[in-house]
Design a protein around this ligand. Structure first.
Ligand SMILES: NC(=O)C1=CN([C@@H]2O[C@H](COP(=O)(O)OP(=O)(O)OC[C@H]3O[C@@H](n4cnc5c(N)ncnc54)[C@H](O)[C@@H]3O)[C@@H](O)[C@H]2O)C=CC1
Ligand SMILES: O=C(O)[C@@H]1CCC=N1
Length: 265
C-alpha cells in the first residue's frame, strides 16, 4: 500500500495527537503530513519533527490525498463550506473525526466527496487508540486504506453510523473517565501511605494489567474479579463499599449524561 499525503485540518488536541501517532508508527513520513491551524505557535514540536505546518487550508487540501478534519462541531460546516472548491473526489479521501456531525451533513457541504467518520481517542498519539469507523459512500479500497492507517494507531472497529455518538462516549470520552478513575486511586494510594509517583505507577500499571487481561485473554471482567475477591477478604469489602456508594451506577449515569449531551445539542 503506497503512502499517501495526509492533511489534518485543525491541529488542536486530537489533530496533533493523530499527527504524533502517524509519525510514531512510521505510517507516514513527517514531510507527508501537513497540519493546519490558524495560530500555529502551539505546533512547534510537530514542526521540529519535520511535519508541515500551514495556516492555509486550501494549499493543505490540494497537496494531500487523505484529509482528516479535526475541527470543532460548531465550525466544521463553515470551514468546509469555505474550502469545498479545494476538494477533488477523484483524488481525496475525507475523514471526519468531528463529534456529532453526520456523514449526510458533511457530504451535503462538500458535494461529491464521500465522507468517512472516524472516532479515535487521544491515545492515538502513542498508537493505543480504539478507533470506530463508519461510512456510507466510500469505496472498499478507500475503507481498506483508512482501516490500515488506523490499525497502525491502535485498534479499529467498523460500526454503523447510528452508533457513532455512543462510540464517542465510550471510546473518546472514555479516556477521561479512565484517567479520573486512576487519579482517584492515586489519591487513595497517597492516603494509605504511598508518595505520589509510586501511587501513580502502581495505579496506572494495575489498570493496564486489568485491561490486558480482557484484551489479550478475552476474559469477562467478573471472571477476573472472582479470582481477586478472597472470601471475607479486603477486596470484596472495598468493592462492596464502592458499590454502596454508587460506583457502577455513577459511571453508567456519567456515560448516559455524556451521550445525552451529544444527542441533545
Ligand atoms: N479531544 C478529544 O479527545 C477528541 C475530540 N474529538 C473531536 O475532534 C474535534 C477536535 O477536537 P479537539 O482537538 O479536542 O479540539 P481543539 O479545539 O483542540 O482543536 C480544533 C482546532 O481547530 C483549529 N481551527 C479552528 N478553525 C480552523 C480553521 N479554519 N482552519 C484550521 N484550523 C482551525 C483550532 O485552532 C483548534 O486548534 C472535535 O470535533 C471533537 O469533538 C473526537 C474524539 C476525541
Ligand atoms: O468532549 C468532547 O466534546 C470531545 C468529544 C470526545 C472527546 N472530546
Amino acid at each position: 500500500m503506497s503512502a499517501k499525503k495526509i492533511a489534518i485540518i485543525g491541529g488542536g488536541n486530537l489533530g496533533s495527537a493523530i499527527a504524533q501517532g502517524l509519525l510514531k508508527s512510521g505510517f507516514s513520513k513527517a514531510g507527508d503530513i501537513t497540519v493546519t491551524k490558524r495560530n500555529t505557535s502551539t505546533l512547534k514540536e510537530l514542526r521540529e519533527a519535520g511535519v508541515r505546518i500551514e495556516t492555509d487550508n486550501d494549499i493543505a487540501i490540494r497537496e494531500a490525498e487523505i484529509i482528516v478534519v479535526a475541527l470543532k462541531p460548531y465550525n466544521v460546516r463553515e470551514v468546509l463550506q469555505e474550502f469545498r472548491g479545494s476538494f477533488d473526489p477523484a483524488k481525496h479521501i475525507l475523514i471526519s473525526v468531528v463529534t456529532g456531525v453526520s456523514i449526510d451533513d458533511l457530504e451535503h457541504v462538500v458535494p461529491g466527496m464521500p465522507v468517512v467518520r472516524a472516532m479515535p481517542n487521544t491515545a492515538i498519539a502513542i498508537q493505543e487508540s480504539i478507533t470506530c469507523i463508519a461510512h456510507k459512500h466510500a469505496t472498499e479500497e478507500q475503507i481498506r486504506y483508512i482501516k490500515t492507517m488506523f490499525d497502525q494507531l491502535g485498534a479499529t472497529v467498523s460500526i454503523d453510523e447510528k452508533l457513532m455518538d455512543a462510540a464517542t462516549v465510550l471510546g473518546a470520552c472514555g479516556i477521561a473517565y479512565a484517567l479520573r478513575y486512576i487519579r482517584a486511586n492515586i489519591q487513595g494510594g497517597i492516603e494509605i501511605g504511598f508518595d505520589v509517583r509510586t501511587a501513580s505507577l502502581i495505579a496506572a500499571q494495575t489498570v493496564k494489567g486489568a485491561a490486558e487481561l480482557l484484551i489479550r485473554e478475552n476474559r469477562h471482567p467478573e471472571e477476573e474479579i472472582d479470582k481477586v475477591t478472597t472470601p471475607k477478604g479486603c477486596t470484596i469489602a472495598g468493592l462492596n463499599e464502592m458499590e454502596h456508594q454508587g460506583f457502577s451506577s455513577s459511571l453508567i449515569k456519567g456515560i448516559t449524561a455524556s451521550y445525552n449531551k451529544i444527542v441533545k445539542d
